[in-house]
Design a protein around this ligand. Structure first.
Ligand SMILES: O=C(O)c1ccccc1N[C@@H]1O[C@H](COP(=O)(O)O)[C@@H](O)[C@H]1O
Length: 210
């Protein structure tokens, strides 16, 4: 299973989290987020990471040129679109960045929201389901109603996100079987400052489930 740890801001923390076994690290490219980092800061983290780890930039409601410029100059291998981007927007990005993974995040309020997931599967490589929050786009620590996702079987891989922690991860994974999990605020001391003890605990829990 893929394990993505998001909201990395510090090179040493990124390197340590990769060594614990994360398969992907996420960098918040949304300027209003307390976890925002710029192109140079992303590059400084990326340079410390093994090649095999996925390096995902998280964007929301920004332009195609802004995303392509960030990708080209930072060494990202994927983009996560966390706003109201349309399937056409994903398609445009895919044409310009054919080798970059496109992850479309959907903020889920109700079962009906899960039904629109399929409209993205021909233009995105991967889906990510996060909890809806009325004031914030992401990194909110809000959990989804996992029972609502028990029948969720999109025709592409998908990440479960939203309020996951070392304490609740096993409970989530006994109810649903996503292709990957994504954690941010559940493994940090403060926004952008990851708690390596919590990350280690997460991997202990995941290994104990195997
Ligand atoms: O983390 C942020 O600050 C953020 C800002 C804007 C869009 C997305 C953001 N983070 C994403 O939110 C989810 C879930 O986070 P959490 O585990 O509930 O804290 C995750 O996919 C992050 O990539």
């Amino acid at each position: 299973m893929r394990v993505k740890i998001c909201g990395i801001t510090q090179p040493q923390q990124g390197k340590a989290i990769a060594s614990f076994g994360a398969t992907a690290l996420g960098f918040i490219c949304v300027p209003t987020s307390p976890r925002y980092i710029n192109i140079e800061q992303i590059r400084a983290v990326v340079e410390q990471l093994p090649e095999k780890i996925d390096k995902i930039g998280v964007f929301a409601n920004t332009s195609v040129p802004e995303i392509t410029q960030t990708v080209v100059h930072s060494g990202l291998t994927g983009v996560q679109l966390h706003g109201d981007e349309s399937p056409e927007f994903c398609q445009q990005l895919r044409q310009l960045l054919p080798d970059i993974e496109i992850i479309k995040a959907l903020r889920i309020r109700s079962f009906e929201d899960t039904e629109k997931a399929e409209t993205y599967t021909s233009n995105a490589d991967t889906l990510l389901l996060d909890a809806y929050h009325p004031q914030q786009l992401g990194g909110t620590g809000t959990t989804l109603d996992w029972t609502m996702l028990q029948q969720f079987r999109p025709s592409c891989p998908w990440f479960l996100a939203g309020g996951l922690t070392p304490e609740n991860i096993i409970q989530a994974l006994t109810q649903i079987t996503p292709s990957g999990i994504d954690l941010s605020s559940g493994v940090e001391r403060a926004p952008g400052d990851k708690d390596l003890d919590k990350v280690a605990k997460l991997f202990e829990k995941l290994h104990s489930k195997c």
